[in-house]
Ligand binder design. Structure first.
Ligand code: COA
Ligand code: ZN
Length: 310
């Protein structure tokens, strides 16, 4: 039996949040509907944050209400506070993805509060959610390094996860917000996290800012992590982290995993068809590699290159 790997596409949220031009609601909805037909396990479809902070997510309600939901796909949304939870619940979201940084300065830049204030707010959120069956995940940003503070001690991550388990969260995403993680570090930290926290779902969220994204996935696979975030075309980035750039690219990730014999459940051709639309949607080139080079199984005729001989 091939091992199942679960892929969450975050292009419509992490990807579009950093784009300067507003992506029209109907374009977001059409893209999500297309992604829903690819076999992805989860799609992060929007964020219920302040429209002043992230103008591109100001249509969160419309997006969630207009998409055609496929039963096997989990539709999640990023949420910062009780107000965001109320908005998300009105749209019947499947999963709420809270977020908090491992470093104080990024948390301040991103959500204008201390980490302790964020955690306290999560307690209020869990009260607001009591009795509901909506899943709750929390993404820990800057977990592998902070663009303001540098190294982040693993103890900070453990302390947060301990509190999240006490609060009753279903999962945590360990996020490398600005691509500072390296494979050795990922192997060491995630080995420990997987051992300590068998009771919750653990996801890895990498950005390819320094070209280490897929190598970091390999390190995560080595220690048994089976949930990964990725973004179509390799879009993405946090507007409140200097130098932020794209997530690991979903189609490149799926291409690699399938070649290695993992089962992602994703139809790569359908995924590539959707990815082909991304440059047109955002109005610029995107980092994804497989879209440009073609799948490694696609061979070329020798005649197509001619001959170097005179
Ligand atoms: N949805 C919509 N609007 C919201 C909101 C929510 N969940 N939470 C707060 N707001 C509005 C408030 O009503 C207020 O609006 P006003 O200025 O018109 O009165 C404004 O946003 C500021 O709210 P306030 O409670 O004073 O919070 P703040 O200024 O300290 O900002 C956040 C805190 C969390 C709302 C804001 O920093 C934010 O949305 N950050 C998102 C960051 C993000 O998405 N980063 C990328 C992901 S990594
Ligand atoms: Zn991210």
């Amino acid at each position: 039996m091939k091992q199942r790997i679960f892929v969450n596409d975050v292009a419509v949220r992490d990807g579009f949040q950093i784009e300067r031009e507003f992506v029209p609601t109907e374009t977001k909805v059409a893209l999500i509907d297309e992604l829903s037909q690819t076999g992805l396990a989860k799609i992060e479809v929007t964020s219920f944050v302040s429209p002043k902070a992230i103008p591109n997510m100001r249509d969160a309600e419309q997006v969630l209400n207009l998409i055609d939901r496929v039963p096997d796909v989990i539709y999640s949304a990023l949420v910062p506070n009780v107000r965001g939870v109320e908005r998300a619940m009105q749209c019947n979201v499947d999963e709420i993805n809270l977020f908090c940084s491992a470093s104080e300065s990024h948390n301040r830049a991103n959500v204008n509060r201390t980490i302790a204030q964020s955690v306290q707010g999560f307690g209020e959120i869990m009260q607001a959610l009591s009795g509901s069956d909506t899943k709750v995940n929390c993404s820990i940003s800057t977990a592998f390094g902070c663009p303001f503070e540098g190294e982040v001690a693993p103890e900070k991550i453990y302390a947060l996860v301990d509190q999240f388990i006490e609060l009753g969260f279903d999962g945590v995403s360990i996020a490398d917000t600005t691509g500072m993680a390296n494979p050795k570090q990922v192997r060491e930290l995630m080995n420990e996290i997987v051992k300590r926290y068998a009771e919750i779902e653990i996801t890895l969220h990498f950005h390819n800012t320094r070209g280490m994204g897929l190598a970091n996935v390999m390190a995560g696979l080595d220690v048994g992590v089976v949930h990964y975030d990725a973004s179509l075309g390799g879009l993405g980035g946090c507007p409140f982290a200097p130098g932020a750039s794209g997530n690991i690219c979903t189609e490149d990730l799926v291409h690699m995993l399938e070649l290695m014999g993992y089962n992602t459940g994703v139809n790569l051709d359908r995924l590539l068809k959707a990815a082909r639309k991304i440059p047109g949607i955002v109005g610029h080139e995107v980092p994804g590699q497989v879209l440009k080079a073609g799948k490694s199984t696609e061979l070329h005729s020798l005649a197509s290159v001619g001959s170097s001989a005179g």
